[in-house]
Design a protein around this ligand. Structure first.
Ligand code: GLV
Length: 324
């Protein structure tokens, strides 16, 4: 049973904030310290020495410096997210620190958000609402705000993992044809959804909507740049709920401003929480503040899963989802 070493409670440092669903199981057994949402890097470096576990999130870079500040007692980093590009996995491995993430419990919420962004961008919801709120709506107009209908349209899914697959199922249920890019073929999706696997360039050219569901890393940085945006084209929609680094944001803003891309729906950005001025000013962009997994059910389940990972490793067991 974890919790105490020589009669002293072990310390779990939550770098920023953990919901009560995750705090509750931890508080009973450990000394839990929380940095708060506004914890700066220097504050975090002050907070972590002596931690047996660290709960991080996508806004917390976990690198050699932070791991060394924790000290040799650190045994697990539990990331409150499915993505773990904020964590230097090699540095964790070198120090014998286990890394866990929170997959599955956020698949539906994130796929639904990608669908919401798809519909919002394709039907120009942000632009229409902005006009209404600003008093620019002058009456029903048959020609105004015409957009793209998913039924009969073609949706390209870049990355057919758990979230990409759920998103593909949702758009297929609305009558869209599904194309996908993935490292390996997905026979079940081909059989059940009629999905077709293509090379990236061919998918971009064929799709009306392109939705990105691939992980961040050096090999996917700026996967979608000027050339790729040109292939999606002036009638096309780009949706990104994965990580900002996959899209060259300046090229995206320029393509929207120049009418070379039809619309974009984004939940993630290259330098969160700042969003490039060009993107804020871009027409036909629906911009959300990284809320893909933010359903009540999903965030509670993620918090609980992060806590379970901490408890498992400090108990000497495997965490529910280990990435290193
Ligand atoms: C959120 O961005 C996640 O990776 O879960």
């Amino acid at each position: 049973m974890s919790g105490e070493v020589n009669g002293v409670r072990e310390t779990v440092v939550v770098a920023r904030h953990l919901l009560p669903a995750g705090m509750q199981p931890l508080r009973g057994r450990f000394e839990v310290v929380e940095g708060g949402l506004d914890a700066t890097r220097p504050r975090l470096l002050e907070l972590v020495p002596g931690a047996a576990a660290l709960v991080a999130d996508p806004a917390v870079p976990v690198d050699a410096e932070l791991l060394d500040a924790c000290g040799p007692g650190l045994r697990v980093v539990a990331n409150f997210a499915v993505g773990y590009d904020n964590i230097d996995l090699d540095a964790c491995r070198e120090r014998g620190v286990v890394v866990a993430n929170t997959p599955d419990v956020l698949t539906q919420a994130t796929a639904e958000l990608a669908l919401a962004l798809t519909l919002a961008a394709a039907r120009r919801l942000s632009e229409a609402e902005r006009d209404l709120r600003a008093g620019r709506w002058t009456g029903w107009d048959p020609a105004a705000y015409r957009g793209l209908e998913l039924r009969g349209g073609t949706v390209g899914v870049v990355g057919l993992g758990r979230i990409g697959l759920r998103y593909a199922e949702l758009v297929a249920a609305l009558g869209a044809e599904v194309l996908y890019v993935a490292r390996s073929a997905k026979p079940a999706a081909e059989r059940e959804l009629g999905a077709r696997r293509l090379e990236l360039a061919a998918l971009l050219e064929a799709a009306d909507v392109v939705s990105i569901h691939a992980p961040a890393g050096p090999e996917t940085r700026h996967l979608i740049g000027e050339r790729e945006l040109g292939l999606i084209g002036s009638g096309g929609v780009l949706v990104n709920t994965s990580r900002g680094s996959l899209v060259d944001e300046r090229a995206l803003a320029a393509a929207l401003a120049g009418g070379r891309l039809g619309a974009a729906g984004l939940d993630v950005y290259e330098d969160e929480p700042s969003v490039a001025e060009e993107l804020l000013a871009a027409p036909n962009a629906v911009l959300l503040p990284h809320i893909g997994s933010a359903s009540v059910a999903s965030r509670d389940a993620m918090a609980l899963l992060a806590a379970d990972s901490v408890i498992a490793v400090l108990d000497g067991r495997e965490p529910p989802s280990r990435v290193a």
